[in-house]
Design a protein around this ligand. Structure first.
Ligand SMILES: CCC/C=C/C(=O)SCCNC(=O)CCNC(=O)[C@H](O)C(C)(C)COP(=O)([O-])OP(=O)([O-])OC[C@H]1O[C@@H](n2cnc3c(N)ncnc32)[C@H](O)[C@@H]1OP(=O)([O-])[O-]
Length: 719
């Protein structure tokens, strides 16, 4: 797993060989140790160059090994002996040098990188720190400030930036191995001690404490409750204060704590869940690896509202040619201005040429006749969408796919009005569509596997994290969100305040509590949906609205707020108070507290003291409980898909893995017991009843989350 090649010059080449990313598995580490010892024994060899197979240096330690018992030579010791070696060691970096890969390179005496290479220490994103000396060697090269930024964020940098920071010694447009050999030949014989980073003194400076304080405040604000970024700051601080060996001791202590933490398990789970989501499968057996996606070059986008604009921008940025259509000249003009400005700003920021030549604006459906795929992004109204779909069929070529950007409408019902039900899929983008990473690709009962493959491939091309989901109201994300929102509202009725609920959720790790999110999105959006679905109508008393609709408990509080014109940030008032319409700083509103008190009095509700624990249990466990129902119904293929949707679309804290992973960590029997408890107290909320799958998994001994798919398969085969 590491190939040793003796070159004609006095140089040996050690090639890491573990495709696809040359992860430093136990076999690779053994191969490196054996190869280094071979080079050291050969008197003719004066220098060693390290490189990776397929022009990929290394993606770091093998993350799969972290869940089992570690074997093979420890990375720390291996890197230390490379650095301590009396022979010259040079890293030739192509592709990526990440995590342990970069730490290996930092143990070498010189580093050469190809211009396209990317370098970084992303361990923090996996719940720990660069524990193979990275926290001690990097600051000794770059200084504290840069090292803190790189290590606490895990940001990947270009070879050019690495050169500026002193992380690499040379950047080449050509072959990095060739350049590394040339460099080796030019420095063979020079003293190696100045090149051994571990021999450098601590990088102390008078402002270390304040720099670390600022970094600590930043990481605490950005990654609420995450342990790893805090530990990263502590480890880098040690590099400033302590000699290398003591700093390494600190690194090891911190690493030991992090390594055993549930946060690290959650983050590593999230890493693989994200990659698994692309490996979609449909209930009929079609899968990512048995279905071919045909190529898409030209895409039509219908509707240039907020969503359509973001979608058009994402497509153009990925190099696709786009025809953007609006229904009248005025809307077209304002959409055109917005899209053009967004693309120009982006090109300027990235220092690339403007891609506007890829964009055509149109008012007539006929201009869509040559596109390969259409994404309809008109207003969320079934009748309007149906009209658009049937008009489209009159102009599109026979094989053109029609995708609908909807957050929950029935894809089958829409497909029925077309002449190509097999070519209709849903594409649920999240706002703003050019920023948010998640894309739910919704297959209807008639969608062909090829259509799903095309939509998934297109999503990947525009750099979305795509998850294939079945067709049901709200799909996966919004179907679960409804229950989460319901619970938050019931908590208000029962005695909580919006700030209390939000604070509990933010302490749990959400970037924003649910009521702040609602204010940001606009309360009128849900109000319109509830009106359209008949939950609010002329027969409902607007002053004393009923708390019972469609046979279950209903909370009319959001409707009452909307009647007062409290639509959230846009009107300066919602669940919170804002300085002015559009302002973002949410302040508790005494009016809301009085309003809630009056409401409880009016309906005879005795307010209870609601603990943060109850907020989390009712919100998070309700999400997971609905997730189990979604798995039962076959709407998501596995728990990982649900978790990816919540991580990338709904701000679920990554260090908690996702609602399904969280349930597995808390313990399924605990979740079951709590759901039974809350359902007993609130029998008028049917969704609190524990799902069949949850009960079944508990009855079967609460298997680990990785095994749930088998249990679900058995459940389906028995239905
Ligand atoms: C003491 C310890 C100190 C050191 C700690 C570390 O180094 S921690 C590590 C620090 N390093 C990191 O955090 C880097 C993590 N990796 C990445 O960021 C990206 O994978 C990439 C940029 C290397 C390539 O991106 P890309 O879009 O071209 O490709 P892709 O992302 O789709 O991956 C392709 C396949 O490779 C797999 N795989 C990837 N890396 C690893 C790994 N390290 N291990 C195992 N497997 C790994 C991945 O699962 C996928 O497998 P599948 O689904 O085909 O079976």
């Amino acid at each position: 797993m590491a190939r040793y090649t003796r070159l004609t010059e006095p140089i040996a080449l050690i090639t890491l060989n573990n495709p696809p990313v040359n992860a430093l598995s136990s076999a690779v580490r053994s191969g490196i140790v054996d190869s280094v010892s071979q080079a050291l024994k050969d008197d003719q060899v004066k220098a060693v160059v390290f490189c990776g197979e397929n022009r990929m240096f290394s993606g770091g330690a093998d993350i799969k090994e972290f869940s089992g018992s570690m074997s093979g030579p420890p990375l720390v010791r291996m890197i230390h002996s490379i650095e301590a070696s009396e022979k010259l060691m040079v890293a030739a970096i192509e592709g990526v040098a990440l995590g342990g890969g970069l730490e290996l390179a930092l143990g070498c005496h010189y580093r050469v990188a190809n211009t396209k290479a990317r370098l970084g220490l992303p361990e923090v994103t996996l719940g720990f720190l660069p524990g193979a000396g990275g926290t001690q060697r990097l600051p000794r090269l770059t200084g504290i400030t840069a090292a803190l930024e790189l290590i606490t964020t895990g940001r990947q940098i270009s070879a050019q930036e690495a050169l500026q920071l002193g992380i690499v010694d040379q950047v080449t447009e050509g072959n990095a191995v060739q350049a590394a050999m040339e460099l080796a030949l030019s420095v063979i014989g020079q003293p190696l001690n100045p090149r051994r980073l571990s021999l450098r003194p601590p990088v102390w400076s008078a402002d270390v404490d304040s720099v670390c304080e600022v970094a600590l405040a930043r990481v605490k604000q950005h990654s609420r409750g995450a342990m790893a970024p805090v530990a990263c700051v502590q480890a880098v601080r040690a590099a400033a204060m302590l000699p290398y060996s003591k700093g390494m001791e600190k690194e090891r202590q911190l690493m030991d704590t992090l390594f055993r933490s549930s946060q690290a398990r959650a983050l590593q789970y999230a890493f693989f869940a994200q990659r698994n989501a692309g490996k979609w499968s449909l209930p009929n057996g079609a899968r990512w690896n048995n279905t071919k996606a045909r190529d898409v070059q030209r895409v039509g986008v219908i509707g240039l509202g907020t969503m359509g604009r973001g979608i058009a921008v994402s497509l153009v940025k990925a190099g696709l040619s786009v025809v953007a259509l609006e229904s009248d000249a005025k809307q077209l003009e304002s959409g055109k201005k917005a899209v053009t400005a967004m693309l120009q700003r982006d090109a300027q920021r990235r220092g690339v040429g403007s891609p506007l030549h890829l964009l055509t604006f149109a008012l007539s459906f006929h201009q869509l006749k040559d596109v390969d795929l259409v994404i309809e992004a008109v207003f969320e109204d079934m009748n309007l969408k149906k009209r658009v779909f049937s008009d489209l069929c009159k102009v599109l070529r026979a094989g053109t796919l029609i995708c609908t950007n909807t957050s929950g409408l029935n894809v089958d019902e829409l497909a029925k009005v077309t002449d190509r039900q097999h070519l209709v899929v849903g594409m649920h983008f999240f706002a703003p569509a050019h920023v948010m990473k998640l894309l739910e690709v919704v297959y209807g009962s008639r969608s062909s596997p090829e259509a799903v493959a095309v939509a998934m491939a297109l999503g990947k091309r525009i750099q979305k994290v795509c998850v294939a989901v079945g067709n049901c109201p709200g799909f996966v994300g919004n179907r679960m969100l409804k229950l989460y929102m319901d619970q938050s509202l019931y908590l208000l009725e029962e005695g909580a305040t919006p700030e209390q609920v939000d604070q509990a959720l933010e302490e749990f790790g959400f970037a924003m509590g649910i009521f702040k999110v609602a204010d940001l999105s606009g309360l009128d959006v849900g109000w319109r949906v509830r009106k359209a679905s008949g939950l609010i109508g002329p027969d409902i008393d607007p002053v004393n609205p009923s708390r019972w609709r469609l046979g279950q408990r209903y909370c009319p509080l959001p409707d009452m707020l909307c009647q007062q014109g409290r639509f959230g940030q846009k009107t300066g008032r919602g669940w919170y108070l804002y300085n002015s319409p559009g302002s973002k700083e949410a302040k508790p509103d005494p009016e809301i507290l009085n309003f809630l008190e009056d409401y409880r009095l009016k309906y005879g509700i005795t307010p209870q003291r609601i603990s943060s624990q109850e907020v989390i249990e009712r919100c998070a466990f309700s999400l997971a409980n609905e997730g189990f129902r979604i798995l039962e119904d076959g709407i998501a293929a596995g728990p990982e898909d649900i978790d990816v949707i919540y991580l990338f679309g709904y701000g679920w804290p990554r260090h908690r893995g996702g609602p399904m992973f969280y349930a597995s960590q808390v313990g399924l029997s605990v979740v079951l017991e709590k759901m039974e408890h809350y359902h007993r107290i609130h029998p008028d909320v049917p969704s609190l009843e524990p799902s069949r799958l949850l009960r079944r998994l508990v009855a079967e001994g609460s298997p680990p989350i990785q095994q749930w798919r088998n249990h679900i398969k058995n459940l389906h085969s028995q239905l």
